[in-house]
Ligand binder design. Structure first.
Ligand code: NAP
Length: 247
């Protein structure tokens, strides 16, 4: 149980990739804070799954774009398990529109959650991660942050913004021994890609050397490594988990 005794906060972990990460870390013995914004029932299901595998988990409702709610999430974490060792900034949204049609509201909404949420959570948990000395900040970016994607100027800008943020926080954490890294998943089978028409998905898969979409477990396994003590000398990196999309 490589994560035994490590406290991990995962934003947006009632569904999708966040849920996969939470269940994986929970199985490996971590104490897990399951953050949700609206998926309350699913958040409790994740806690049950982790507890029935012998792990510890607690739910924390918070919209990551709201600083006061993120402060409350930290209080829940501290009360249940003490300071966090690991923060995974996973919560994210899209609001797709061809750029000429994109409204400022769609731009701001994507920035508020993907970047604003990362700012709020990282600042709230920065001292915890610093004090852990082997603390871990892990930001879930996207292949879209590297390559761009038609209709996703807002999302691509937010996801590549995570790269510069992560490198900077890596520098600001380094003296204390803690690390910050990004994971950049390719297209992953979750609700986020549910709405993509089959024809478009077929075209996407045709461009992936490994000839399939990612499953949440593909992403969770890499996050598990970065969250563990084994990754102590990896910092400021972007780890692609995309089936070879950029080869
Ligand atoms: P998803 O299935 O749509 O789930 C999104 C999660 O984010 C949900 O748990 C949701 O919580 C949470 N969330 C959204 N807004 C939030 C907010 N304001 N505060 C707190 N939580 C919030 O998405 P996913 O595919 O798992 O994506 C997870 C992350 O991976 C995102 O950052 C996404 O950009 C990134 N990613 C996804 C893919 C992909 O192909 N799926 C590829 C690359 C990167 P509630 O349900 O409680 O609202």
């Amino acid at each position: 149980m490589s994560m035994e005794g490590r406290t991990c906060v995962i934003t947006g972990s009632a569904r999708g990739i966040g849920r996969g990460i939470a269940e994986h870390l929970g199985r490996e013995g971590a104490n897990v804070v399951i953050n949700y914004r609206s998926s309350e029932g699913e958040a409790h299901d994740v806690v049950e799954t982790i507890e029935s595998a012998g792990g510890n988990a607690v739910v924390a409702q918070a919209d990551v774009s709201d600083r006061d709610e993120v402060t409350h999430m930290r209080e829940i974490c501290h009360e249940a398990f003490g300071p966090a060792d690991v923060l995974v900034n996973n919560a994210g949204i899209t609001a797709d529109e061809q750029f000429t049609e994109m409204t400022r509201e769609e731009w701001d909404r994507v920035m508020d959650v993907n970047l604003g949420g990362m700012f709020n959570s990282t600042q709230e948990f920065f001292d915890d991660i610093w004090n852990a000395e082997d603390g871990r900040l892990i930001n879930i970016s996207s292949v879209v942050g590297k390559q761009g994607n038609f209709g996703q100027a807002n999302y691509a800008a937010a996801k590549s913004g995570m790269f510069g943020f992560t490198r900077t926080i890596a520098l600001e954490l380094a003296q204390g021994g803690s690390t910050a890294n990004c994971v950049a998943p390719g297209f992953t089978r979750t609700d986020m890609v549910e709405g993509v028409p089959d024809k478009v998905l077929d075209r996407i898969v045709a461009g992936i050397p490994l000839e399939r979409l990612a499953e949440v477990e593909d992403i969770a396994a890499v996050v598990r490594f970065l969250a563990s003590e084994e990754s102590a000398y990896v910092t400021g990196e972007v780890i692609d988990v995309n089936g070879g999309m950029d080869l």
